[in-house]
Design a protein around this ligand. Structure first.
Ligand code: PLP
Length: 393
């Protein structure tokens, strides 16, 4: 039976499930100690009121014969694609609606985009990394090349001296919270144009950027429309992790060997994807209204304040870290000589706090640890208090 043997190359146990299991076992064995998770990659603030109102209105429309909608366009309704094109104007980026594809989230598209590239394509992936890029590349039989992200390059590696066909970049980064400057992204665009490579730019955390000098989109960089695809999400921007919506931008100018990747993706999506529910797309559209922008900014500000509290605690302990300013992730060096799994155990047993060991994101994460700002405010304060107390002993 010609099964896809690439699946056998995937690691058997998903690292973070094992970590969560260990934390839950500890909580069960110590019911008197309240476990606080600073490992959550999921949002905790609810959908904002104007999104809920739009979802309700759209649900009512679906219950009336005059306004009911069946199958929608696989690539998304024009109203949402136009709203997204309007959003990009903030950064002086002009997009045609046909360049924007609505999806059920960035994860699906980041994995599925590899359908456009044949087996054996070389895929360059920074380490540490959001594990989906690696697993999806393995499933698709791609040749993975890793690029070291470390303290030496501030976790923002620049292009290597060798060739790669496809490159995954994530900025603001999960797990390191590092964000590329415009010059950094320009170096990648120049590399991709010279190598005839394609950049897969993951902007899932774009909404967390507060520094006005930092780019929100790869298309702020000259030449990017000829070599880059951008993946974005409403998950962290507007609390859609359970509602599901994202979008991918493939410029019409992006051609490889005379083939338009925009056309190939349209062909792929119309065959293999059914589109995002009308109701959800109306909810997503509301995010771009003035009220939606105001309400989602408030929710993001809540997480940003959590991040500030975490950073302040680490500063007090003189622990070095990146992130947490323009990203919801704080990537800290494990104190003492502990590696990330030892530090996980230490925090769990001494502070009843859970974080994510860096090794789960790649070999370069061995001595690092990821804390997230997505928790409840009081939990964040309590967790930092506990960490300060037990590390100051
Ligand atoms: N990209 C990165 C870097 C992420 O961390 C995540 C989710 O955690 C995603 C993409 C997935 O986003 P979505 O919920 O839109 O699938």
């Amino acid at each position: 039976m010609p099964i896809n043997r690439n699946f056998q190359q995937l690691s058997e146990n998903y690292f973070f499930s094992a970590i969560n299991r260990r934390a839950s076992q500890f909580a069960e064995a110590h019911p008197d100690q309240r476990l606080i998770r600073l490992s959550i990659g999921d949002v905790t603030q609810p959908l904002c009121p104007c999104v809920v109102a739009a979802l309700e209105k759209a649900a009512q429309e679906m219950g009336k014969v005059d306004t009911f909608r069946g199958y929608g366009p696989e690539q998304g309704y024009p109203f949402l694609r136009e709203a997204i094109a309007g959003y990009y104007k903030k950064w002086n980026i002009s997009l045609e609606t046909e360049e924007i594809f609505i999806s059920d989230g960035a994860k699906s598209d980041l994995g599925n985009i590899l359908d456009l590239f044949s087996e054996g394509t070389s895929v360059l992936i920074p380490d540490p990394v959001y594990p989906v890029y690696v697993d999806a590349s393995i499933m698709g039989g791609k040749k993975i090349l890793f690029l070291d992200a470390s303290e030496e390059n501030s976790f923002l590696p620049l292009p290597p001296a060798f060739h790669a066909d496809v490159i995954f970049l994530c900025s603001p980064n999960n797990p390191t919270g590092a964000v590329y400057s415009k010059d950094g992204l320009q170096a990648w665009v120049d590399y991709a144009l010279a190598e005839k490579a394609v950049l897969l730019f993951d902007g899932a955390y774009e909404a967390f950027i507060t520094d006005p000098s930092l780019p929100h989109s790869i298309f702020e960089v000259d030449g990017a429309k000829k070599c880059a695809i951008e993946f974005c999400s409403f998950s962290k921007k507007a609390g859609f992790t359970g509602t599901r919506c994202g979008y991918t931008v493939i410029p019409k100018e992006l051609e490889i060997d005379g083939l338009s990747l925009n056309h190939l993706w349209l062909r792929r999506q119309t065959t293999k994807f059914n589109g995002v529910p009308y109701i959800v797309q109306r909810g997503a559209e509301a995010v771009f209204t003035p009220q939606g922008e105001q309400e989602t900014t408030k929710a993001i500000a809540y997480y940003q304040e959590n991040a500030r509290i975490i950073r302040q605690g680490l500063d007090q302990l003189s622990i070095s870290y990146t992130g947490g300013e323009n990203a919801p992730y704080i990537w800290m060096r494990c104190p003492g000589r502990m590696d990330s799994e030892q530090y996980f155990k230490f925090l769990l047993e001494h502070c009843t706090v859970v974080g994510s060991p860096g090794i789960g994101f790649g070999k370069n994460g061995k001595y690092f640890f990821r804390l997230t700002a997505f928790g409840d405010r009081e939990d964040v304060k309590e967790a930092i208090k506990r960490i300060i107390n037990c590390m100051s002993l």
